[in-house]
Ligand binder design. Structure first.
Ligand code: SF4
Length: 201
């Protein structure tokens, strides 16, 4: 269990850096999210690794909610948006993340991020709501992309996932990723009661 906690602290350290770079870019560029918008979280196609979910799984464990959450996840219908999204409007476009501090890396790059296009050139990924709200700013930033490069989505995700190859190699639908992370934490916790913590983890 000790090893999982140390690994989680390292993931959280990278999350701290990501908050500075991605939120900083959004604020500096003016390409910020619409207030209260949660449309990204309604997509059932969001994927994460088990490693990205480790801080959240340990947080739920420490709060005594790991087993209950695991049961709820196991009873979910197959294709559904994120379990942790709280809808605040009928169409689901307004809402909030109930685990914002522990959200995985993919959720930290929602909205605006850089990526490499087919020719290997830096391009800008901006969600359709921000594009509609800030059309002029979006166009301006496309023009100055070379001088003011955005933080890159893939390098941020890789920075996390390379911390542990076995937990960071494979991507799962987001609800599946947290389910697997909870199983891992509960398994380690169970065996830590019987044997040396350091050996098991
Ligand atoms: S973890 Fe939070 S930010 Fe990420 S998809 Fe779920 S509700 Fe949205």
């Amino acid at each position: 269990m000790q090893r999982l906690r140390e690994l989680s602290r390292r993931v959280e350290a990278v999350y701290g850096e990501m908050a500075d770079t991605f939120s900083g870019y959004q604020q500096a560029s003016g390409l910020s999210c619409r207030s209260g918008c949660g449309e990204c979280c309604t997509q059932p196609t969001i994927e994460a690794t088990v490693l990205e979910m480790l801080p959240l799984a340990l947080h739920l464990f420490d709060q005594g909610k790991a087993e209950q959450t695991l049961t709820q996840l196991e009873e979910l219908p197959e294709v559904l948006s994120c379990f942790f999204y709280q809808r605040l409007s009928f169409d689901g476009k307004q809402g909030q993340c109930s685990v914002y501090q522990q959200r995985p890396s993919i959720c930290r790059v929602f909205g605006v991020a850089g990526y490499r296009d087919k020719l290997g050139k830096t391009s800008l990924s901006v969600c359709k709501t921000i594009k509609a709200d800030k059309a002029e700013k979006y166009q301006q930033h496309l023009i100055v992309l070379g001088e003011q490069p955005p933080p890159m989505m893939m390098s941020a995700k890789e920075q996390v996932n390379e911390l542990d190859y076995s937990l960071g190699a494979k991507h799962y639908p987001i609800n599946e990723a947290i389910r697997l992370a909870l199983e891992k934490v509960l398994f380690k916790a169970y065996y830590s009661n019987f044997t040396d913590d350091q050996q098991i983890a």
